[in-house]
Design a protein around this ligand. Sequence first.
Ligand code: BT5
Length: 261
Amino acid sequence: MSDLSQAASALRGGLFGVQVHVFAALDSTNDTAAALGRSGAPEGTLVIADRQTRGKGRLGRKWDSRPGLGLWFSVLLRPEMDVRRAAGLSMVGAVGVASALREGYHLSAEVKWPNDVMVGTRKICGILAEGAVTGDAMDFAVLGIGINVLHSEQDFPEDLRAKATSVSLETGKAVPRVEVLAGVAAALESRYVAFKRRGFASVRPELLGISPLIGTSVRVTAGRDRLEGTAVDIDENGALIVETAGGEHRRLWAGDVVDFA
Ligand code: BT5
């Protein structure tokens, strides 16, 4: 916890740090950021916790968020755009995190569509974007980011040990969490500002440059649908384009790539 108390000073001057709320423990930083959003907190408000007791993944999955080891935080965004355009936000977040890890720590971090940040086959960061909507307009969005920083392999639950990694595991160094936070916040801010101005097109070239799926065979699940084919593109709206064996191009808006090679 001690190092996280430096978060506000590490973020001073940036958009993502206009207000910083640091907690020893929360159920989920996304839920607290959403509550702040409903009570009118400004864009850029950041909520961070040393530990989450109910860290959330997508589709009701759990995010392992033990104390002292990771960056578990959420930023409140007020993007003033319709819901369909805002759907690209989680990918904007993933590109921001991957670029900060590449530039700051020379990690070969990549973005596995739609929003996992991977080093090789292991997940180093997960992103959960949630929104409050009136009609077609976003009231606000919450971009929740979990980055494994100081974990050794034993620090992950057994079922994640072969699938997860951390900044320490990849660099061999105990990098301070607030240092990672400051780098990620700056990288996110520049991508977010561009995204507000120019939409998903602003992030697409960078995303395609660090997408390990493109050109590979993939198996994707999307709700009850299963699809196999070759990932050929991520389109101008953020959808994954998969070419099936029959040559048909299928456009996927959401889903999980369960296998690729
Ligand atoms: C995600 O979901 O990857 C989104 C994770 C978002 C976490 C942040 S932390 C701050 C904010 N507050 C929250 O409550 N959430 C956000 P998904 O793509 O559904 O992946 C979930 C899966 O990742 C799990 O089912 C596990 O297999 C795996 N997993 C769980 N914890 C992990 C960890 N610490 N590192 C790597 N993989 C993990």
